[in-house]
Design a protein around this ligand. Structure first.
Ligand SMILES: NC(=O)c1ccc[n+]([C@@H]2O[C@H](COP(=O)([O-])OP(=O)(O)OC[C@H]3O[C@@H](n4cnc5c(N)ncnc54)[C@H](OP(=O)(O)O)[C@@H]3O)[C@@H](O)[C@H]2O)c1
Length: 250
């Protein structure tokens, strides 16, 4: 299936590692012009070099912490001045942040900045250009719906999912779709540290119905469909890429 994405422009946050990196690689393969944002510029530069070595356009690197209030507007200005438009926003930056009952206030505020406010702000920054072009795809990478212990990120991502549904309703008539993808156990930086051998990773993945963890490209495949013109009638939705791991039928 031709996804008809050549020449579209995307921003992927948290693109230096894990799922975001996989998304950036697949979108580039589909001919999408990329901007990539994270705090560690060296990882983004390595990704940009890898993509340009395949003959695709070199991604535009933006270094920033999405928790900072100004990052969305600053990054938005840079990216719009470089490309003149934005078609696809992938809000992927984040990561699990387990907490205790008396977790310090600062940890909660920062977690909500990264996993909720940042994606709302970036979506608001790019909405005018998406609306003007009659084409926009906002894809948020969510988190599990089954809490195991208190988790700042899980709480913030639940808020993000609620917001995304209402935002989706507001912007649907402008050709802008908004969806959330919920990954299961997908190979990432933290997992590689926690389970440093392939054998340990295999054992960790055995709890899922498929018997193994997923790969970033498994999430990227769904991102590509949702980001493409083919995904035009899918909005306000929450879709799992978890190898069947969530334990409820509806
Ligand atoms: N892998 C899973 O099993 C799983 C399951 C459920 C949900 N998720 C979600 O999937 C998304 C991707 O995570 P991952 O699993 O691929 O983990 P990862 O490898 O740790 O990637 C997270 C990326 O986000 C970036 N990032 C984190 N905080 C940031 C900040 N404040 N500002 C800018 N960039 C930031 C990091 O880059 P820098 O450190 O360079 O900034 C990193 O590249 C996250 O939102 C995570 O919550 C993953």
């Amino acid at each position: 299936m031709d996804l008809k994405m050549a020449g579209r422009v995307a921003l992927v946050t948290g693109a230096g590692t894990g799922i975001g990196r996989g998304i950036a690689l697949l979108l580039a393969e589909e001919g999408v012009e990329l901007a990539v944002l994270a705090r560690r510029g060296e990882l983004l530069d390595a990704l940009a070099a890898e993509i340009s070595a395949t003959g695709k356009s070199r991604p535009f690197v933006v270094i920033g912490d999405v928790a900072d209030l100004r990052t969305a507007s600053d990054a938005g200005a840079k990216v719009l001045s470089r490309f003149g438009r934005m078609d696809i926003l992938v809000n992927n930056a984040g990561g699990s942040q387990p907490a205790s009952i008396n977790e310090p206030e600062g940890a909660w505020s920062r977690g909500f900045e990264v996993n909720f406010s940042a994606l709302r702000r970036l979506s608001e920054v790019f909405l005018p250009t998406m609306r003007q072009n009659g084409y926009g795809r906002i894809i948020n990478i969510g988190g599990t719906h089954e809490p195991v212990g208190i988790n700042v990120t899980g709480s913030a991502k639940a808020a993000a999912q609620f917001w995304a549904k209402s935002f989706a309703d507001e912007v649907a008539r402008f050709g802008v779709t908004v969806n959330t993808i919920v990954p299961g156990r997908i190979r990432n930086e933290r997992m590689l540290k926690q389970y440093p051998t392939e054998q340990a990773l295999r054992a960790f993945g055995e709890g899922s119905p498929m018997g193994h963890i997923g790969e970033p490209e498994d999430v990227a495949a769904l991102v590509a469909l949702l980001a493409s013109p083919r995904g035009r009638y899918i909005t306000g939705d929450v879709i799992y890429v978890d190898g069947g791991q969530h334990r409820y039928a509806f």
